[in-house]
Design a binder for this molecule. Structure first.
Ligand code: GLU
Length: 361
């Protein structure tokens, strides 16, 4: 058996792992562990991002009084995560595979040092044949610095760990070209850079998890732009991972995001996923916008800046805002906000963001 990829990040959503009552479906989990075991046998490195903690905890703890959103997430995830990782340990043990738990927060990826530390942890696990089983640490990550959902987390992990592919398993076959319930609606098989299918996608949320198809689509497009193939597929289908990831796999109904031909650098990958940590905004004029979004790599120069919002230090992450107010990119700034303001509109100055540290959406 030959695998199509060297290293895969596989994200499994709560709707795949939990039954109707929210209890973890061990038969489904066992099927996923079996498939991962055969992928490993075929030589592939696998990183698992698994949801299901909150759904599982909810099905176990019956609380007497109504809890607020934060407390209930903390309570349910503390119980459910213990259950979840226990089942994975048992299942992987039966294949002679060691797995390890990584609970992370968005904050743990907020600076380059934090990011490298997290990357080191997963690297040393893989080097020693341990499967990282990752989830957000829902007991401590609340509101502001929370991942939108585990799709966002899995995108960050795929990018950080230099994976060749990201598989997002949900309880539907992929992205449909209309409302899935309408007759004649079909799954979109391939999405290329520039295809805009967002208008087809409903805004319904997952019944157990926090995500939905729209965030899956946004994350998948971004990760594919970084040169990583992304597949959204139905995790309830037996054998789905082998079919997608093995060379002799059968053709399955799923949505594939074709990777950009030219992968981006590590530092740009980190910047691309740092939107939530931006400390300020740099507004640019039409000329700068055209240069930044053009074919040739361009740095952001003070002459093209019209305004600077926020207080930031040299080296912080800032957003780049087009004249119409939309955010068009993100970058690591080479001056603090005071100096950046002083240089607005000036010619012949050093770049405020060098193109090596710039990511345009
Ligand atoms: N971390 C959450 C859990 O394990 C899932 C978040 C999501 O829905 O993506 O329950």
């Amino acid at each position: 058996m030959k695998t199509r990829f060297r290293r895969a990040v596989i994200k499994v959503g709560s709707n795949v792992l939990a039954g109707k009552d929210g209890m973890l479906d061990e038969a489904v989990m066992s099927g996923i562990a079996d498939q991962i075991a055969s992928l490993r046998k075929a030589g592939m490195e696998v990183i698992l991002v698994s949801s299901g903690a909150v759904a599982s905890g909810k099905s176990i703890v019956k609380c007497g009084r109504k809890l607020d959103q934060v407390s209930s997430r903390q309570l349910f995830s503390s119980v459910g995560q213990a259950r979840l990782i226990n089942i994975y340990c048992r299942l992987f043990d039966s294949h002679g595979i060691v797995c390890g738990q990584v609970l992370t927060t968005k904050e743990s990826l907020s600076t380059r040092d934090h990011y490298l530390n997290q990357q080191n942890c997963m690297t040393v696990m893989l080097e020693n044949g341990v499967i990282p089983v990752i989830n957000e640490n829902d007991t401590i990550s609340v509101t502001e610095l929370m991942f939108t959902d585990n799709d966002e987390l899995s995108g960050m992990v795929a990018s950080m760990m230099d994976a060749d592919c990201l598989i997002i398993l949900s309880n539907v076959d992929g992205i449909y070209d209309g409302r899935p319930s309408d007759p004649g609606t079909e799954v979109i098989k391939e999405i290329r850079r520039g295809d805009n299918v967002a208008s087809f996608i409903g805004t319904e949320k997952s019944s157990f998890g926090r995500g939905g198809m729209l965030t899956k689509y946004r994350i998948a497009s971004k990760v594919a732009d970084e040169g990583i193939e992304v597949v959204i597929a139905n995790g309830k289908k037996p054998g789905i991972l082998a079919d997608i990831l093995l060379e002799n796999g059968q053709e399955v109904c799923c949505t594939r995001f074709l990777p950009a031909g030219k992968p981006i650098s590590h530092i740009k990958k980190w910047i691309a996923h740092s939107d939530g940590f931006a400390k300020g905004n740099i507004h640019v004029n039409a000329g700068a916008l055209a240069a930044l979004t053009g074919e040739k790599a361009s740095s952001l120069l003070p002459v093209g800046v019209t305004a600077v919002d926020g207080d930031f230090e040299k080296g912080d992450i800032v957003r780049i805002i087009a004249p119409d107010g939309t955010a068009v990119g993100i970058g690591k700034v080479s001056a603090d906000s005071i100096r950046a303001r002083e240089s607005i509109g000036l010619k012949g100055r050093r770049p405020l963001i060098h193109y090596d540290y710039l990511y345009i959406d």
